[in-house]
Write a protein that binds this ligand. Sequence first.
Ligand SMILES: Cc1ncc(COP(=O)(O)O)c(C=O)c1O
Length: 443
Amino acid sequence: MTDSQPLEHRQGSEPGRHNLDPHIDRYAARTAGMTASEIRALFAVASRPEVVSLAGGMPNLAALPLESLSGQMAELIAEEGLVALQYGSAHGVPALREQICEVMAMEGISGHPDDIVVTVGSQMGLDMVTRLFCDPGDVVLAEGPSYVGALGSFAAYEAQVVHVEMDDDGLVPDTLRAAIDATRREGKRIKFLYTIPNFHNPAGVTLAVERRAEILEICASNDILVVEDNPYGLLGFDGQTYPALRSMDPDNVVYLGSFSKTFASGLRVGWVLAPHAVREKLVLAAESATLCPPTLNQLVVSRYLSTHDWKGQIKTFRENYRERRDAMLSSLEQHLPAGCTWTQPDGGFYVWVTVPEGVDTKAMLPRAVTARVAYASGTGFYADGFGSRQMRLSYCYPTPERIREGVRRLAGVLESEMELVRTFGSVTTRAVSGPQFPGPDTA
Ligand SMILES: Cc1ncc(COP(=O)(O)O)c(C=O)c1O
């Protein structure tokens, strides 16, 4: 045996099993559900400047008033540095929790600051809620498709995801009923419904207001908790907001909020508004995860909310995203081959595209990247390998010109792919089952 042999051979038995990781036999069983996105490697290429990336979900921060923010941060350190740089409570800074109540009031929620737990982004909220409620094998109902980071959390706690169909008006109540009945007939325990009612990631649709009470009633009557994830709710392109599920049934909805899309994602400040009875367990879960969320970042957000025209800033973000959405939709209309369909978002970051039968968006991705355009293929947004005819296109980050160019390139790739399918039949990959962990650039 020499050093030049591959590691898997040096470890002896079962070539390939150790897959270059000498710790493979040490991991906890639950890590089996933790797999990196197969397309992560491609993103190294996709982030090169010559590639138009319609894949990432990064907010466009160019409109932030950096000069005045840097002044505010300097003042914060000068005036409150010894607090800002110190540990805080796991519950979060009290003044910020009060301000969060004002933010949520814009979507009809009347929460109490005591029932808010500040988190390190709403991703941490998802992790904590899953940790609190799910034992291995428990079922989480989630829209199909769903947010890839949520699917990652569910997998990490070995919860099983049952997808519920959506249409252009979001979650379909009858299919929710059917999913509950079918899951229970299999003897499985449903813990909660995870839903993104507004400007869905990745589907770009919004749950119709008329459906909201019905969805809540179905969950309450079946003793199923609702986890409402709402990072995009204030990004409606006409300034419209919708009544939060939490505002309609405070005792049965855990609400997740975030400043990532309405202020600055890098600060990693989000929150959970829980039913009062759940709050204490959440604080304990938060404490064991991080001791406390970063005090400095919470105070930055708090100062920003009290000294800056944050509603005006959200309006500016909305206008930027609206211009980009328009560029995306008009170029899809202009360039995409017949047989492709897509959703019409009226807020948020994403369009969900369905391509003609036979085209596999995951198999096509390397060819798209070669043609200098990237997207997120649909399979990553399902826990069950579905989604090979879908892709998510994000319009949040690139300029309108780049979006138009990206869609033009994508259309060329799709045309050739459809030609291949016509000539040779379907170009498919092995269905990937199980969620994949996103990188921050693909969330
Ligand atoms: C639906 C949804 N939930 C949660 C998150 C995580 O956001 P945060 O930055 O607050 O952790 C994202 C981020 O893209 C998202 O789209």
